[in-house]
Design a protein around this ligand. Structure first.
Ligand code: GLC
Length: 554
């Protein structure tokens, strides 16, 4: 078999601001990561993905880049990053960087030039349009961060386009100079020895004709316009030109594309030699509302996993990408709440749900992407300041919840349960006052917990951490990396599948919920099999206990 190294990769996502603060300024840094490499290696992952570390005004925690060639001083400098790459490689850990190619910061010199006027040579690096004849926005498209995608440049009276924050103007990929500039950036970092990129929001690189309005939207209002700014056919053309040049330098580099709205078949079309190696989509997650409470604003209702639909999605991903392509397997990242709080149960079944969900997901065929701290069972960050939330709706929601009688703590917890900041709490290294992350209070806050931290869990054989180590060492075997997957008949809440590789076989059974479930029939024929992972629940009972997980082999 001639395999690409990343087909067997287990990715560990580090949110640099929150991982380890070596210089004790309350913000994580590169030196902190270097100090933590032995821990990471011992966990059993083999590839690091760092969220952006380049110079940035930090409007969107580094996704707004003003200099792609230098490290933001909050994280360190070029020497530190070179050292990190070297030290990671010494330990046989690969390392990939986040590359933001859809937009820059408004403080990037290109944009600063562009706003000098329509004649400036950098003007065409960005996207511009005039107001409609009646003076309103060029069209009714809404930005992902709220408000119109258009922001007026008062000097020229033209509008520039921003899909995210107004301080993050979108680049114009139809201008060949943009591609050239981005290729230079990618080459610069590949020459430093990194092993690939996570491509941020690449599906938005191309926009449709700005004269098109979303239909059915009342005059003066705006609406999300995915059909005009996501997954347009030309994305593949621009991306292919870009990736082909990168692959000339490093044919084996791993390109992990973020395609938030990609379905399995769309993802399939993005995975190609000259496009992405693998794709991260948000498509497989399914939740259902558990209780409607008129006092809770829309969008913040309490939810739980919709295991039936989630399972159907996972099956679709596995089947669509079954040959020579690999799905990514993940439960959480920096843009969504944490796995054990969102899909598991971080109160009664914290350890068990963390272990069951990890087992069910990561032993499927595909590339696991584990969010830092997930391996400890870290739950949503307890946030005590409403202004921590970036969502423009948060303040209004908080006011409404307080008016409806919720305490400040409850209101903030409800808002956190549906927001990305919940996942960005600092890594819990120990139980000292700043969780061993720093000697200072951190930029975002920290949960300090007696038993959920590296120090404690290293000593506890039954910890979530030890469990992840065992699970990931299984995952590295060819059976779990490359073996075929067959789904077995099971209750809606239960994930049951077989893996088969040459002479080896395994059966994985997981109850993904806190409900009792029917015991799958396959368990009746397991005499010749032995358990390699076991939640300890008996199968002699009438039903499968909540979050039961078992892995059998023969
Ligand atoms: C991606 C990132 C997200 C960021 C956005 C804009 O979706 O994951 O955190 O805000 O792109 O760069």
């Amino acid at each position: 078999m001639n395999q690409n190294w990343w087909e067997k990769a287990i990715v560990y996502q580090i949110y640099p601001k929150s991982f380890k603060d070596a210089n004790n300024d309350g913000i994580g840094d590169l030196k902190g990561m270097i100090e933590s490499l032995d821990y990471i290696k011992a966990l059993g992952v083999d590839t690091l993905w760092l969220n952006p570390i380049f110079i940035s005004p930090q409007v969107d925690n580094g996704y707004d880049i003003s200099n792609y060639y230098a490290i933001d001083e909050i994280f360190g400098d070029l020497n530190d990053v070179e050292k990190l790459i070297e030290e990671a490689h010494k330990r046989e850990l690969k390392i990939i960087f986040d590359l933001v190619l859809n937009h820059t910061s408004s403080e990037h010199p290109w944009f600063q030039e562009a706003i000098k006027g329509p004649q400036n040579i950098y003007r065409d690096y960005y996207l511009w349009a005039d107001a409609k004849l009646d003076g309103s926005y060029p069209n009714n498209w809404e930005s992902f961060f709220g408000g119109s995608v258009w922001e007026k440049d008062h000097k020229s009276e033209q509008y520039y386009f921003h899909l995210f924050d107004k301080k993050m103007p979108d680049l114009n990929w139809k201008n060949p100079e943009v591609k050239k500039s981005m290729v230079d950036i990618a080459k610069f970092w590949l020459a430093k020895g990194i092993d690939g990129f996570r491509l941020d929001a690449f599906i938005h690189m191309v926009k449709d004709d700005f004269s098109l309005d979303v239909q059915g939207v009342p005059d003066g209002e705006i609406a999300l316009a995915e059909e005009y700014y996501a997954n347009l056919p030309e994305v593949k053309r621009f991306l292919s030109e870009f990736i082909s040049e990168i692959r000339e330098i490093n044919p084996n580099c791993f390109i992990l594309g973020e395609a938030a709205s990609a379905t399995p078949s769309l993802a399939d079309s993005y995975i190609r030699e000259d496009l992405c190696s693998a794709v991260i989509s948000f498509d497989h997650f399914e939740e259902k509302i558990t209780s409607k409470d008129v006092k809770i604003p829309k969008g913040l209702e309490s939810k739980t996993i919709d295991a039936k639909r989630m399972k159907e999605n996972l099956i679709d991903w596995q089947e669509t990408l079954a040959v020579e392509k690999y799905p990514t397997l993940y439960w959480n990242n920096h843009d969504m709440p944490r796995m054990v709080s969102r899909f598991g149960n971080d109160k009664e079944y914290r350890d068990k749900s963390a272990k069951a969900l990890a087992t069910g997901m990561y032993l499927l065929r595909g590339i696991p992407v584990i969010l830092y701290g997930e391996e400890l069972g870290m739950k949503n960050l307890e946030i005590d300041n409403i202004h921590t939330f970036q969502s423009p709706k948060a303040v209004d929601q908080h006011i409404q919840l307080l008016e409806n009688g919720f305490s400040k703590e409850d209101s903030l917890a409800i808002i956190a349960s549906a927001n990305k900041e919940a996942s960005r709490g600092v890594m819990q290294w120990d139980r000292t006052s700043h969780a061993g992350f720093s000697t200072q209070a951190s930029w975002i806050g920290e949960n300090v917990e007696e038993t959920y931290n590296v120090e404690f869990e290293m000593k506890d054989e039954n910890s979530v951490l030890h469990f992840y180590q065992r699970l990931l060492s299984l995952k590295k075997e060819d059976l779990f990396s490359f073996g075929a997957v067959t789904f077995l008949e099971s209750d809606d809440n239960v994930l049951a599948y077989k893996r088969l590789f040459e002479e080896e076989e395994a059966i994985v059974i997981c109850n993904l919920t806190e409900n009792f479930a029917e015991i799958p029939d396959c368990t009746k024929e397991l005499d010749q099999w032995h358990l390699v992972i076991d939640s300890g629940d008996s199968l002699d009972n009438e039903e499968l206990a909540p979050y039961t997980y078992k892995v059998y082999r023969r």
